[in-house]
Design a protein. Structure first.
Length: 558
């Protein structure tokens, strides 16, 4: 009996020794051979570092209507080291979020990574349903998705943001630093099964600043609607419209058509995204005659009543230039030269002014350099330096050919005339946070006398000249038509392609608005007075009513 007991004791001791030896071998294996890899795995299993995006600031129009804001979303991520069955998790995530499981499987199977995105900015309701399944290895954190509640209104002006919340174009890019805020950081602590047991907030996110624009969403939407209808009517390629307050330089509308839904920014081409009012140039045609006339008046070479005998055509070096419409020899005053948009008359004034002084007046009006509008990618235009002029340049530039300008440059030049000769820097941003933006620049371009003379002459353009379709009942309108050939990119002009424009000031006696309309390559008619002037009248009529600007021209009784 004693012998049996001793045998059992020896057997038990042997088993204990073997077990203990096995534990020692296992401990050596884990602590020696696999120590480094297991340490990394354990750290990854216990802690996950997550960057928390900041809440991006809201963009408002001048009335307080939001144009761009953040919408609640949820980002779903995973720790592949915590996932035992990648296919099963891929199926569950795909079903919950509406994704294809095969696109998720590769990321979920990559055990060399401790953090992978499954979907950025997912639908919060779908993400919440997935989170309730409590699948080990999945993580969730709140994020904002940019939303443009006005959809197409001001899309090119606003621009867009990328998936990481940074501005890519438009004001979203220009003001990215102010809008973006500062991201935060947190560490998520989990238990061995992958469940979150603590969240350590190392650095809270700082919300971006709100921005208030000078744009008015109602004025902007109307300008876009009129522009769309005009392009459709004339089968034009595209169009631009700007509404400016000449007293302050505030841009009330900057419409580009064809437009797009700002919420689909990433789905449209770069050409469609571009704000052509600021970034693109065009040859202004007869609207540029304002500069030629202003220079001649300012240098006291002529007065508005100075008359000239003008043939139908004029020889300039090796070129013969004529007026747009066939006519006989006429005697026009300077005012009539502008009213009837005479090319021959404008060139005659330019020759009296001379090349040197004309170049100086072009610079005085700001052409050849940026206006400084608070928008990325502004073009300075293309102005031929004086030493590059040929003999025929004096016949091209005074009538707005051989020079390229931006729509915002032209609108602000006319705004200077409307503002008693003082140019105000055009701008789109009124306030950042609670603070007004830096005061805009102002500079005198022409004297009050010359500005008044130009307004009177521009009123004649609408009353009896080429801009009669720009008339608005009850209001005095001053403005100028423009028709110009479109360059072909090879030093010449495209056959049969023109742009048509009109720039108007209203009410002419107390200017409150400058409205610029440019229509690119219309069909069926090419003249600014026929294509663009009616669009001006529609846009300006709405704006006058909307802003409750009183009439300045009594309506005759029947």
């Amino acid at each position: 009996m004693t012998r049996v007991v001793n045998r059992r004791i020896r057997l038990l001791l042997t088993l204990l020794v073997v077990a203990f030896a096995g534990l020692l071998v296992r401990a050596f294996w884990l602590q020696g051979v696999r120590a480094a890899s297991l340490s990394r795995l354990g750290a990854t299993q216990q802690r996950v570092d997550v960057t928390i995006p900041a809440i991006r600031g809201t963009i408002f129009d001048r009335t307080g209507t939001p144009l761009a804001l953040g919408e609640q979303a949820t980002t779903v991520y995973a720790d592949p080291m915590q996932i035992s069955d990648p296919q099963q998790v891929a199926d569950a995530v795909g079903k919950a979020l509406g994704l294809k499981p095969e696109t998720l499987l590769a990321s979920l199977s990559d055990r060399s990574r401790g953090f992978v995105y499954l979907e950025r900015q997912a639908d919060p309701l779908k993400a919440a349903a997935l989170e309730r399944q409590r699948i080990p290895g999945l993580g969730f954190y709140p994020e904002q998705q940019r939303w443009y509640p006005q959809h197409t209104v001001g899309a090119q002006v606003l621009g867009g943001v990328g998936i990481d919340g940074n501005g890519l174009a438009g004001l979203e890019l220009e003001l990215n630093k102010e809008l973006a805020g500062a991201p935060g950081h947190e560490t998520i602590v989990r238990d061995p099964s992958g469940r979150t047991i603590d969240v350590l907030h190392d650095r809270p996110a700082v919300q971006g600043q709100n921005v208030t624009l000078t744009l008015d969403h109602s004025i902007q939407a109307n300008a876009e609607e009129v522009l769309r209808a005009t392009i459709q009517k004339w089968h034009a390629q595209d169009g631009t419209a700007i509404v400016l307050d000449p007293r302050t330089g505030a841009v009330l509308a900057m419409a580009i058509e064809p437009g797009y839904d700002a919420n689909r920014f990433s789905d449209v081409s770069a050409a469609t995204q571009r704000d052509r009012a600021v970034t693109d140039t065009y040859e202004p045609g007869s609207t540029f005659k304002l500069v030629t006339v202003a220079g001649a008046l300012s240098d006291r070479i002529v007065s508005p009543s100075t008359a000239f005998t003008l043939p139908y055509s004029i020889q300039v070096a090796d070129r013969v230039i004529h007026d747009a419409e066939p006519r006989g020899t006429v005697r026009y005053s300077v005012a009539q030269i502008l009213a009837h948009s005479s090319n021959v008359g404008a060139i005659t004034l330019a020759e009296l002014l001379g090349q040197r002084r004309l170049v100086q007046w072009i610079s005085q009006f700001g052409f050849g350099r940026v206006t400084g509008i608070d928008f990325p990618g502004e073009s300075p235009g293309i102005v031929l330096p004086a030493d590059k002029w040929s003999g025929s340049t004096i016949g091209n530039v005074p009538i707005g050919q051989g020079i390229a300008v931006t729509p915002v440059q032209m609108a602000s030049a006319y705004a200077a005339v409307a503002n008693r000769g003082v140019w105000s820097q055009p701008h789109l941003v009124a306030r950042i946070g609670r603070d007004s933006t830096t005061a805009v620049q102002h500079r005198r371009i022409v004297s009050t006398r010359v500005a008044s003379e130009l307004i009177t002459m521009l009123k004649d353009v609408v009353a009896e000249g080429t801009g009669t379709y720009a008339a608005i009942p009850g209001y005095q309108v001053a403005g100028k038509t423009g028709t110009a050939q479109i360059p072909d990119g090879h030093g010449g002009y495209a056959t049969g392609e023109y742009n048509a424009s009109f720039i108007g000031i209203v009410p002419a006696s107390r200017p409150r608005l400058v409205v610029m309309v440019l229509v690119d390559d219309p069909r069926g008619a090419i003249f600014g007075g026929v294509v663009a002037a009616p669009a001006f009248a529609q846009i300006a009529s709405f704006d006058l009513r909307y802003l409750e600007i009183p009439p300045d021209k009594p309506t005759p009784r029947p």
